[in-house]
Design a protein around this ligand. Structure first.
Ligand SMILES: NC(=O)c1ccc[n+]([C@@H]2O[C@H](COP(=O)([O-])OP(=O)(O)OC[C@H]3O[C@@H](n4cnc5c(N)ncnc54)[C@H](OP(=O)(O)O)[C@@H]3O)[C@@H](O)[C@H]2O)c1
Length: 259
């Protein structure tokens, strides 16, 4: 990165949901390496969030962690106020990038999925990003960016992903709607769709279950499952000035899963 880009990056601020672990954590730290400061959220794991704050600060881009449950839309107005206060601490009133990343898994099939699980997954994966983005719209700078985290499972099927996959497919349609509506403000809205990545997600099944790990690797052109380091830097790069003309696109980051 040139000195000029580094200086520009230093002025940028990202909001990332679910930054305490996994892909969100990696995105916070990848952005920090580029000089972008983050206000990120955690749900229950404040200890992990504190570690991410320390690592981002060490990398030269002090971060702020805020608690948020993305399934509780009634708290979003208050969250927007807490974001404003955090921005004030950073010496500004607006931010540049929003990454709707926080998520939880579901292993429901069409036969087994309950109404409660449908409602919970809808709240976390669709209603949350929709209403959180709405609540933060007035705080995003014109010319800013939004990335919604989708999944390879919006494109392909896997047993037990009957609710989760379709929720991510809905997020992809929402992303295009957002891009259309926010075009006049020059806010680009894209989606990153990771393949199966070795994180805590879904009880750490991709990382810790040898059979699942092997099965995913065998269906992936690059012959292995993904790691957080395969995804976070892509998010950071997509938010850079070089990708300013990319809008309403789905970038799958899966090493070529089930192609
Ligand atoms: N890993 C994969 O294989 C994979 C593949 C495709 C897509 N994705 C998507 O990538 C995103 C991140 O997944 P990951 O693998 O990084 O998961 P992860 O390691 O389980 O981390 C989940 C993160 O989201 C936060 N979170 C969970 N529930 C929340 C809620 N209700 N409200 C607010 N924050 C919440 C967690 O906070 P706490 O630390 O406080 O619990 C944590 O920071 C998700 O949207 C997921 O669907 C993952």
């Amino acid at each position: 990165m040139t000195e000029e880009n580094a200086a520009n990056s230093n002025k940028k601020i990202a909001i990332i949901t679910g930054g305490s672990r996994g892909l969100g954590r990696n995105a916070v730290l990848s952005l920090a390496k580029r000089g972008v400061r983050s206000i990120f959220t955690y749900h229950q794991n404040q200890a992990e969030a504190d570690k991410v704050v320390a690592l981002a600060t060490e990398a030269g881009a002090p971060a702020i962690a805020l608690q948020l449950d993305v399934a509780k839309a009634s708290t979003f107005a208050d969250f927007a106020q807490r974001v404003s206060a955090a921005l004030g601490k950073m010496g500004t009133t607006r931010f540049d990038y929003l990454v709707n990343n926080a998520g939880t898994s579901s292993s429901a099939t069409v036969a087994s999925g309950s109404e409660a699980e449908l409602d919970e997954q809808f709240a976390v994966h669709f209603k949350g990003p929709f209403l959180l983005t709405q609540a933060l719209l007035s705080l995003i700078n014109d010319g800013g960016r939004i990335i919604n985290i989708s999944s390879g499972l919006a494109r392909v099927t896997m047993p037990g992903r009957a609710i989760y996959g379709p929720m991510k497919a809905a997020v992809e349609a929402l992303t295009r709607q957002m891009a259309q509506e926010l075009g006049p403000r020059r806010i680009a809205v894209n989606m990153v769709a990771p393949g199966a990545i070795a994180t805590d997600f879904s009880g750490g099944i991709v990382r810790d279950n040898p059979e699942v790990n092997k099965m995913v690797a065998s269906h992936t052109a690059f012959g292995r499952v993904g790691q957080p380091d395969d995804v976070g830097p892509v998010i950071a790069a997509l938010l850079s000035d070089d990708f300013g003309w990319v809008n309403a696109q789905r970038i799958e980051v899966s090493g070529g899963m089930q192609i």
